[in-house]
Design a protein around this ligand. Structure first.
Ligand code: UD1
Ligand code: CA
Length: 486
């Protein structure tokens, strides 16, 4: 987006994301901003927010774990990202003001910059757009919120006494950090969220004036407020009510709390659309879920990547479903694991309408099942196409295979697709019946309408309509005497 100033001129939006801090309280080797919320790194959420704002440039300030953080984000950069991303190192970390100072060379003078933190993942782009609008291209706009317990936060100090009622329109004078605040200032409940929007041309000279003469010996970004006031530049506080949007993560407890809150939000959105969740508190979406009408999802299901569920789909309890498209009326019974590949549609799992899957089924990348296919318990399917009406109901493996319409693949049968070096394909044509406990040694084709007797190991192609039995002939010796112990 662009910011429009009073004069009507528009300015590009650039974003600075502070992500150099250590995150000691996570007690983890992984840099804090790479911990995941709803399946995405905290910092990725923030970068995605910047993308949603149509930022021109995103400058990420890294420090602790910089190499790992930069590598994790590398895929967000480049032409496809829609913005230009730069990493700037802050070593050592001398405070938030010092962090933003490092970004100065990467910030063009003509833009409005939004300062975000890599550990505050759930700020909405609309909120930032409002903040940018509040800055109007010439003011310093601060995102603020009232907290009943403001301990630890920078307080918004305004001129004069707080009005008893109505909007607080008193001019903002400064932000005072908790550790530097007087008892009177600590009673202020309006706090700085850590997010501001400001014209870069204004910000740069203020950053140059920062010092570290304060209780923490740090260069505070928040000191720019008093410089703005001294310079006669307007300071506006844009106050919001939604604490989730400014919630930062410092510990595993906070991470889990924010995860639950976010999951509940996502669950509510789906239920508003008509999706019936057995229990929104036992629902996890780590990606995108698209649901047609009358979808029912039982407890403890996890959805990852991109999943779409057709009309009337029912998902049983305890399923994990990643990157799959599931056709109308299909029932996924409990404890089914569907694991489509992430890369492109090719490896997505596809299930046609009216299929029955599970319980305890496993569908791996490239499983493509037609209408009315039945996959039962302890059946694994990988890179295999099953045409309409095919069934593998018990204890089976179908890998690198093409299975025709109405095929019945017996209990305990498998495709031996791997010879120890290469994978080979098995073709089972329409209306074939494979008995129990068969091994189809690929490459091999079972001709249309054929039957393979139970216990067969099939190594050669079979003709359409043939009965194939490939096992030792049964031998019975009458009145056989077992050896006796001497
Ligand atoms: C900051 C604000 C405070 C606000 C609070 C909201 C300052 C001085 N104070 O305090 O007013 O209420 O956020 O959460 O800005 N970081 C760096 N380099 C550094 C220091 C920090 O990149 O040298 C990063 C951190 O990794 C983090 C963010 O900046 O992502 C904020 O730092 P943090 O230490 O959490 O700031 P607070 O002291 O909480
Ligand atoms: Ca913080």
């Amino acid at each position: 987006m662009t910011a429009t100033s009073k004069s009507g001129a528009t300015q590009a939006v650039d974003v600075v994301i502070m992500a150099a801090g250590k995150g000691t309280r996570m007690k983890s080797k992984l840099p804090k901003v790479l911990h995941r919320l709803a399946g995405r790194a905290l910092l990725q959420h923030v970068v995605d927010t910047a993308a949603a704002l149509s930022a021109r440039r995103v400058v990420v300030i890294t420090g602790h774990g910089a190499i790992e953080v930069e590598a994790a984000l590398a895929h967000s950069t480049g032409a496809g990202a829609g913005f230009d991303m730069k990493f700037v190192r802050q070593e050592p970390q001398l405070g938030t003001g010092h962090a933003v100072q490092q970004a100065v060379p990467a910030l063009p003078d003509d833009g409005v910059v939004v300062v975000l933190s890599g550990d505050v993942p759930l700020t909405r782009p609309e909120t930032l757009a409002q903040l940018i609008a509040a800055s109007g291209g010439d003011k310093l706009a601060l995102l603020t919120i009232d907290f009943a317990d403001p301990a630890g936060y920078g307080r918004i100090v305004r001129q004069g006494p707080r009005p008893a009622a109505g909007a607080d329109v008193r001019p903002v004078l400064s932000i005072v950090e908790h550790k530097d605040a007087s008892a009177e200032q600590r009673a202020i409940t309006e706090v700085y969220s850590g997010i501001m929007a400001v014209p870069v041309a204004r910000l740069k000279p203020w950053l140059a004036r920062l010092d570290n003469k304060n209780a923490q010996g740090e260069y505070y970004l928040t000191d720019v407020v008093k410089f703005a006031v001294a310079d006669g530049v307007g300071v506006v506080a844009h106050k919001i009510d939604d604490a989730l949007q400014v919630a930062g993560i410092n510990s595993p407890v906070q991470l889990a709390q924010l995860e639950r809150a976010y999951q509940l939000q996502q669950a509510n959105v789906l239920m508003e659309q008509g999706v019936r969740l057995a229990d929104p508190a036992r629902f996890d979406l780590r990606g995108e879920l698209e649901c047609a009408q009358d979808v029912e999802i039982d407890v403890n299901c996890v959805f990852e990547g991109q999943v779409s569920l057709g009309e009337g789909v029912k998902i049983g309890a305890n399923c994990v479903i990643a990157n799959a498209s599931i056709g109308a009326g299909t029932v996924i019974h409990p404890y089914t694991h569907i694991e489509g590949g992430k890369l492109g549609a090719k490896d997505q799992v596809e299930i046609g309408a009216g299929a029955l899957i599970g319980p305890f089924a496993r569908l791996r990348p490239g499983a493509r099942l037609g209408e009315q296919v039945h996959i039962g318990n302890f059946v694994e399917v990988k890179n295999a196409t099953l045409a309409a009406g095919a069934k593998a109901n018990h204890l089976a493996y179908l890998g690198d295979s093409s299975v025709g319409e109405r095929v019945n693949f017996g209990a305990g049968s498998i495709t031996a697709n791997y010879d120890g070096a290469n994978k080979h394909k098995t073709v089972i044509e329409a209306d074939v019946h494979i008995g129990s406990n068969c091994v189809l040694v690929a490459p091999v084709t079972i001709g249309q309408g054929g039957t393979v007797g139970g216990g067969s190991t099939v190594t050669k192609d079979t003709a359409p309509g043939a009965l194939t039995v490939a096992r030792a002939k049964q031998v019975s010796i009458a009145n056989w005497k077992r050896p006796q112990k001497k």
